[in-house]
Design a protein. Structure first.
Length: 355
């Protein structure tokens, strides 16, 4: 078991900064998800922890030990990559036994540990099958069993559920979370699925172009994003620009006041209000509060309905509610409102590297 410390870690490939000056601590037993768009450096961070590539700057410590110059096999790390790459000629038992066999463990121990690992991923009875005789989700669970069977200090998972359909993915997510909690293994999971990140993680780090934009609990990064990039990457966000009226809220250029806590921002300073669509209420046109708007589009999502609105305050606004809760048809004139505590203000300097 071990905490991971990144101390100014950087990785450059020629002119490309794959990872920039990463400093953070992942406490022992934490489930940390690395979230970011394609090319943002997610896989590179896992490869650096695993020792598959050397950093061009900084140090990595595992359980307090500097591993920066250690070979991968000296690091006690279990790995699952997106293409789960089981050995096709070996049956499930021998696939899972592999990390124990290369470590020269005795046969009886191997038999016990493989059986326990297969039970853990609910694949007892599959030991003699070959990978091609398994479904995608079953193969993925074999890959997971192979990654933790030798009791590694750290589990690195690079989009391990990427190949699964939504239903299976949600099932394996639940299993993965339970497994990680029971084993207490420090885990880094890479995904670009924001729901997966929000539902599985103790904390999330959001990357853009190799730079950490924010690290925090799912609730923090969702409700209190550090900048526009994070706000836009974790779901839809309404962004309203204006000027701070200290202690009152944000004054929009069209004159409306968005009431909210002003978080110590200076009077008159430019800022952006972030409001999540599910916090936006649709009111009748005659309501005495809120911002006037007109429904442009109505999107049915099964569990949710979403409205895209042209607002008098300038930008497009988005509202969402459980289907049946709110009602509005295309062309309706409405007013939109939200509670002051559902507004998060971003100062001008947190505009970020453009969403
Ligand atoms: N071996 C390499 N040589 C040169 N450049 C590389 C190499 N590996 C990665 N890169 C570059 O480093 C950056 C980060 O790549 P990385 O694979 O970490 O992204 P990622 O966040 O995992 O993306 P994806 O979601 O597409 O898997 C990219 O610009 C990529 O092109
Ligand atoms: Mg990747």
């Amino acid at each position: 078991m071990g905490a991971i410390e990144f101390d100014g870690v950087a990785k450059r490939y020629g002119p490309v900064h794959a990872v920039r000056d990463l400093t953070m601590r992942v406490p022992e037993g934490e489930f940390l998800t690395i979230l970011g768009p394609s090319g943002s450096g997610k896989t590179t961070i896992l490869s650096l922890v695993a020792g598959l590539v050397p950093p061009t700057g900084g140090r990595i410590l595992i359980a307090g030990r500097d591993v920066t110059n250690l070979e991968p096999q000296q690091r006690r790390i279990g790995l699952v990559f997106q293409s789960y790459a089981l050995f096709p000629h070996l049956d499930v038992f021998r696939n899972v036994a592999f990390p124990l066999a290369v470590r020269g463990r005795p046969r009886s121990e191997i038999a016990d540990k493989v059986a326990a690992a297969l039970a853990r991923v609910r694949l007892d009875g599959f030991a003699r099958r070959k990978p091609q005789q398994l479904s995608g989700g079953q193969q993925q669970r074999v890959a997971l069993a192979r990654a933790f069977v030798f009791e590694p200090d750290i589990l690195l998972l690079d989009e391990p559920l990427g190949a699964l359909d939504r239903k299976l993915r949600e099932e394996v997510q639940v299993e993965l979370k339970a497994l990680q909690r029971d084993l207490g293994i420090t885990t880094l999971l890479v995904t670009h699925d924001q729901e997966e990140a929000l539902s599985l993680s103790d904390r999330i780090i959001v990357l853009d172009h190799g730079a950490m934009q924010q690290v925090g609990t799912p609730d923090e990064v969702y409700r209190r994003p550090a900048n526009r990039f994070v706000a836009g990457f974790l779901g839809l966000a309404n962004l309203l620009e204006g000027r701070v009226e200290a202690g009152r809220g944000l004054r929009l250029p069209t004159g409306e006041l968005v009431a909210c806590a002003t978080q110590g921002l200076a009077e008159g300073s430019p800022a952006t209000a972030v409001v999540r669509p599910e916090r936006v209420r649709l009111l009748p046109e005659t309501a005495g509060e809120g911002i006037a708007a007109r429904v442009r589009q109505d999107v049915y999502l099964g569990h949710l309905r979403r409205w895209h609105l042209d607002s008098d305050a300038g930008p497009e606004l988005i509202a969402a509610a459980a289907d049946g809760v709110g009602q509005a048809a295309i062309g309706d004139r409405v007013r939109v409102a939200w509670a002051p505590e559902d507004v998060w203000l971003l100062p001008e300097e947190a505009r970020g590297a453009a969403a």
